[in-house]
Design a protein around this ligand. Structure first.
Ligand code: 7TS
Length: 415
């Protein structure tokens, strides 16, 4: 992180780097992009990297002994090193490039889970997980008989950590938890969870899809065993993500996908897997996207985490202040100080899809539905919610446009 980085973000200057934010939608209305928890936009530095790699350096990696292949391999491995520093992993081979958070979690479930777990074992999850951190474990349970347990959410949108401590036992082999809820924005007390899990000998997987783009990540300081995140939620390209795993664990785990690139030797009798990280990167990887992710990391590193957090908190506070004044609107989850830049809400008698459809007419892009967290919505007795989520390029004026548009939606449905 740049020690000289200014303490305050200047979203107007940042917006200059994002060509898409100049777009207009519906009768020339300026785009108000508040769907950042789904995916973020890319700065021109990342877009240029995609173009430049494609125009100048593109070839397959780790294969050809020719100039372009060496250049693309250097750029690809350079991106791995940038990601290593970004999350403070001890070794570059602990950074596995995947297609995204979903694939990273499936990799752990298939590889570590299938090899190590059985009917006597338990995995502890929470009621606020994204389906990407639920379904792979359900599938693992179907294959191996492992039992799943769930930490409940309180009415306030926080995890019940006393319950968590009671649910932990010597049978618990893994605790898999999100670092930030994609619906409520809730930030659980990870140090306490990691400590409690390790105390009973369980490993910890952190779903950091919503965390890594917004807050500092230090896998060594946390002592986390696995961490998963996606490039497209942190200004990078889609189609690339990361699985961080502690080296000793990854070394012991069998490969997930088989094919080219992940082997040392193949005969007609079988195969020997390659060393890390190649063992987990079968087939041609997302070369251009991974290099673009490295550029997104560089881009983010020009800001301090304090400045990013302060900016998102300012927007979230303003959103709470304005939205709470709208009759019939209820915000789900914790207060702004206790969560990330995510504001999900329900409107009495108006379906989230209608809200989102009408907001779009005002140029405002939000997400509506269950946000791939159906059990969380079941917990609060609502089928769906509408979600506004903020990032470094959003402005207080955009939050005001959201609030005004929501008031129009309310009036429209009152008629
Ligand atoms: N985990 C969390 C906490 C997420 O928010 C998401 C994506 C994923 C995992 C899956 O990431 P992917 O890159 O593999 O798709 N969340 C959302 C969302 O909230 N709206 O669209 C995607």
């Amino acid at each position: 992180m740049n020690a000289q980085a200014s303490v305050q973000l200047d979203p107007m200057r940042i917006r200059e780097d994002f060509p898409i934010l100049k777009r207009r939608v519906h009768d020339g209305r300026p785009l108000v992009y508040l769907d950042n928890a789904a995916t973020t936009q890319r700065p021109k530095q990342v877009i240029q990297s995609i173009v430049q790699t494609s125009e100048q350096h593109y070839a397959n990696v780790h294969r050809g002994i020719h100039t372009l292949s060496e250049q693309s391999t250097d750029l690809y491995e350079g991106a791995r090193e940038k990601v290593r520093q970004f999350i403070n992993a001890a070794y570059p081979e602990e950074v596995i490039f995947t297609r995204g958070t979903t694939e990273s979690i499936n990799l752990v479930a298939r590889s570590w889970g299938d090899a190590n777990l059985g009917p006597e074992d338990e995995i502890l999850l929470t009621q606020m997980e994204h389906h990407a951190n639920l379904v792979p474990w359900f599938q693992l349970a179907q294959r191996t008989g492992v039992k799943l347990r769930f930490v409940p959410l309180g009415d306030d949108g926080h995890l019940d950590l006393e319950q968590l401590e009671q649910l932990l036992s010597r049978r618990t082999r893994l605790v898999a938890v999100t670092a930030m809820s994609n619906v409520l924005g809730t930030v659980p007390d990870l140090p306490r969870i990691i400590q409690a899990a390790h105390d009973v000998g369980a490993l910890v997987l952190v779903d950091a899809a919503q965390w890594v783009p917004h807050r500092p990540t230090d896998v060594q300081a946390w002592g986390v065993d696995f961490l998963a995140f996606s490039g497209h939620k942190m200004l990078g390209p889609s189609g690339v993500g990361v699985l961080y795993g502690r080296r000793e664990l990854l070394e012991q785990m069998p490969p997930f996908l088989g094919g080219g690139g992940m082997i040392r030797r193949v005969t007609l009798q079988g195969f020997e897997p390659a060393e890390l990280p190649a063992k987990f990167e079968a087939g041609t990887p997302p070369i251009v996207a991974a290099i673009g992710l490295g550029v997104a990391v560089d881009y983010l590193c020009q800001f301090s985490w304090e400045a990013i957090h302060a900016h998102e908190l300012q927007l979230t506070r303003r959103a709470h202040e304005l939205l709470q004044q709208i009759p019939g609107l209820r915000i789900l989850g914790p207060e702004p100080e206790q969560k990330g830049g995510i504001v999900s809400f329900v409107f009495e008698r108006i379906h989230a899809h209608d809200v989102s459809y009408l907001l779009d007419r005002y140029g405002v892009a939000v997400r509506a539905g269950h946000h791939c967290a159906m059990p969380l919505h079941q917990r609060y007795g609502v089928p769906a919610s509408t979600r506004a989520s903020f990032y470094i390029y959003n402005t207080p004026e955009e939050v005001e446009i959201l609030a005004e548009a929501l008031d129009q939606v309310r009036r429209f449905f009152r008629q």
